[in-house]
Design a protein around this ligand. Structure first.
Ligand code: NAD
Length: 344
């Protein structure tokens, strides 16, 4: 409360309000990413991050490199996992919350790129970000996102997920490729897991996202193996071609096609669209059908399909400039589940 009541005309009070907000957000991030047990609902966390963004926008001298507005959330729990360095950085996503903000993003990227770039639209899976490293077609490492540079080595745990092949189904695998996706807990199994945990006298998970993270980030992979985890892949970082006749595809949608032929799980719901009106229709449609899929959706991700254009637009310290996430309004259910957890 000190934060909201501070006199922002005073530089010392402003710095203190900023430091308090940062400390609160960092504590919430640690509970969410490291303990898989959030202290507050996502909407409440998002609200605090917005307050921090507003404060930093008004007083840019408060921005530091380590501010949560500039960093990818997530730590490395070195007491349980070995730290591993990602070859390509892992990023978060910027957000838009309504069609006006979406059009603002669309107009900015259009102005910076050619009029013909198309947009790949897909569901934003509310799971845990995982990075898979394949060398010459063999899965050699899997890691959590961590702070975006260093993640947690969860290779043994990921090998228990049947969706993820140990070997890519191709005679021409890249020499080295990092593949990013989300691990999620199927919605229909979530209530069952929580009931079993309560029966064993353990705390249930606040939501399916946390149950995916908690099931995967286990010291003992045998526990992970008992959980019905699934994965969908949606991105690449490095792609080193072993063979000139099989170079990296020129479009994100062609990368997904390669994933499909290699036997990796891709979402069946993505579409390449040309106009902002079509993007809005896609968002509206899945806003009304968000419960028709097997995983939770917290929004729609919109990506520039042309990879050369993605590279031209590049990244901020936190997120790609060539993509954004349209976030749907929060749903009641998470808060209710949090209430249950508090009572247990
Ligand atoms: P984010 O979840 O808003 O978006 C970035 C992530 O989306 C990427 O890392 C990627 O893994 C994932 N993603 C899912 N589907 C994707 C797709 N189709 N294409 C590309 N990426 C896809 O950002 P974040 O930085 O991971 O987390 C911030 C969010 O996490 C907050 O908005 C909040 O909802 C939640 N959070 C909650 C608390 C809490 O205390 N409740 C704390 C920290 C974070």
């Amino acid at each position: 409360e000190a934060t909201t009541n501070s006199d922002l005309s005073d530089a010392t009070a402003r710095a203190q309000a900023h430091a308090e907000l940062v400390a609160t957000i960092e504590a919430q991030r640690a509970a969410y990413y490291t303990d898989d047990s959030p202290l507050v609902a996502d909407a409440e966390y998002d609200e605090l991050v917005h307050r921090l963004e507003d404060l930093e926008e008004k007083f840019p001298e408060l921005v530091t490199d380590s501010s949560p507005t500039q960093t990818v959330g997530g730590n490395v729990d070195t007491s349980t996992f070995d730290p591993v360095e990602h070859i390509g950085r892992m990023y978060s996503l910027d957000n838009v919350f309504d069609f006006e903000e979406l059009r603002g993003w669309h107009d900015r990227v259009r102005a910076a790129t050619s009029a013909t770039s198309k947009f790949l639209c897909e569901l934003k899976i509310d799971g845990l970000a995982v990075n898979l490293l394949y060398r010459n077609g063999e899965l050699v490492r899997a890691a959590t996102r961590g702070d975006g540079r260093i993640g947690e080595d969860i290779t043994a745990n990921v090998r228990t997920i049947s969706d993820i092949p140990d070997r890519l189904d191709t005679d021409y695998p890249p020499a080295e490729v990092e593949i990013r996706g989300e691990v999620f807990f199927p919605l229909e199994k979530f209530t069952e897991l929580n009931a079993a945990l309560v029966e064993e006298g353990k705390a249930p998970f606040a939501n399916p996202r946390n149950s995916a993270a908690g099931s995967l980030r286990q010291k003992d992979p045998a526990v992970t193996a008992e959980r019905p985890l699934h994965m969908l892949v949606h991105g690449i970082a490095v792609w080193t071609s072993a063979d000139d006749s099989h170079p990296e595809p020129a479009h994100q949608s062609e990368v997904y096609e390669a994933f499909r032929t290699w036997g990796l799980p891709i979402s069946e719901y993505f579409k390449v669209l040309a106009t902002v009106d079509e993007i809005e229709d896609f968002i509206t449609y899945y806003g009304e059908h968000r419960h028709d899929v097997t995983h939770e959706i917290d929004g729609i991700v919109i990506k520039i399909d042309d990879i050369a254009v993605q590279e031209t637009l590049g990244y901020t310290s936190r997120a790609p400039r060539w993509a954004t996430a349209f976030k749907y309004p929060p749903e009641e259910v998470t808060t209710k589940l949090l209430d249950i957890q508090v009572q247990v």
